[in-house]
Design a protein around this ligand. Sequence first.
Ligand code: SIN
Length: 489
Amino acid sequence: MHFDLIVIGSGIAGLSTALAAAPRRVALITRGELARDGSSRWAQGGIAAAIGEGDSAGAHANDTLVAGNRLNDRDAVDALTRGAAAAVDWLAGCGVAFDRAGGHYALGREAAHSQHRIVHADGDATGAAVMRALGAAARAAAHIDTFEHHEAAALRRAGGRVVGVAARGPGGTLDLGADAVVLATGGIGALYRHTTNPDTADAGGLALALEAGAALSDMEFVQFHPTALRTRDGRSGQLPLLTEALRGAGAVLVNGAGKRFMRLIAREAELAPRDVVARGVWGELERGETVWLDAAGAVGAAFPERFPTVFASCMSEGIDPRREPMPVVPAQHYHMGGVRVDAQARTTVPGLYAVGEVACTGVHGANRLASNSLLEGLVFGGALGRRLGALAPLPRIAAAEVVGTRADIGAVGAEIAQTVRDLLWRHAGLVRDAHGLQQALRALQALSAQNTAERRRIAVAVELTAAALQRRDSVGAHYRSDSVQVRAG
Ligand code: SIN
């Protein structure tokens, strides 16, 4: 089967790309059901856009640069922040009913934003509302063929280009050909013990890119969210997110002794940059304390209406957040690094593109500003889809010339996956040092040598750990306890 383009992943970046590429024929490969298997539908915060009175794309850009410790790619930041208002309008046109106040979009404020500029839908269920609308649009789009319950197992290559995908599904492996292949596979949360990401965020796209010889960059920049709900069963993997908007609304962090420890760590206390708060929580837990997010006073009876997702998660754990504090742990949340792409979303391998969290455009620098991630998928996905949609078709490659189907990237067995998660959590997590990183690197290299079928996925963890070892200063989300921290003003 041949298509004009193949998009791997059906989160906001993949669907924005696929929809914008009309009328070119798109094959959309997704591991679960369309629009339901990525991180996008779990997003609670919203979408940042400088649409309020007195706000500007320039101010949004500046906040993005400060959060990213000015290691951001300036052109990418400008493209993102200037494209935000149109992207929100486009989503509204797709049927997303953003929450309103007094005839305008209600604009929330999150940590490190200088303005109220976060649009949201259904309170804290923005990601779900957006994905419902985009999923419906993709199902209705005549130019998109969706392959649900299929996983991209290998990239097919010919003449130095990526020319298709081998997709494993319930009926066996399908060979799909295309002029362009777009990775929109999301993040790496499943490589860590605690994460806010679903299990499908398992670095599969990075493993495919590595296998194809594409360059990765900024792998060490991993963001941790300060407040995931600590569940009664103490499980690893995806934990419910307690959105930052709760702290924006006045919720406070206390330890088991009832002390607001963040006041001693940062002037902005609970509204300090996300990495600072996450390390504050980590520090308390490392001292053997428990940590709680108390929103009873700040949100109280309004919980079910203002934060329906958080409310439901807490109630299912037997906690009533209207009256009780919520137990928290930090959790891996977002990867700023990824497959290196240029301003056109091209990887270093011809024919292979990347967009959304799997890609590293440099837009986030060393740390992502809250509510810039759905925006990234929308703005860069839409732009890539339009560009690919306008390209002239390439001459077809005869099947015999396709020589590049290399080995399947495979799946990592449960026991090894747990070992990788524990190694990264302990040594390449919120607080890192050379000794721990070296230890983790050696263990990962040994694992990958013994487990050849799984080495391609373990290789992503190796890349991340090696990059964290190499960057000896602390910057943004990358914190080395054996060095000083550099923070841009
Ligand atoms: C949150 O709601 O706290 C997360 C928002 C984000 O990561 O952008």
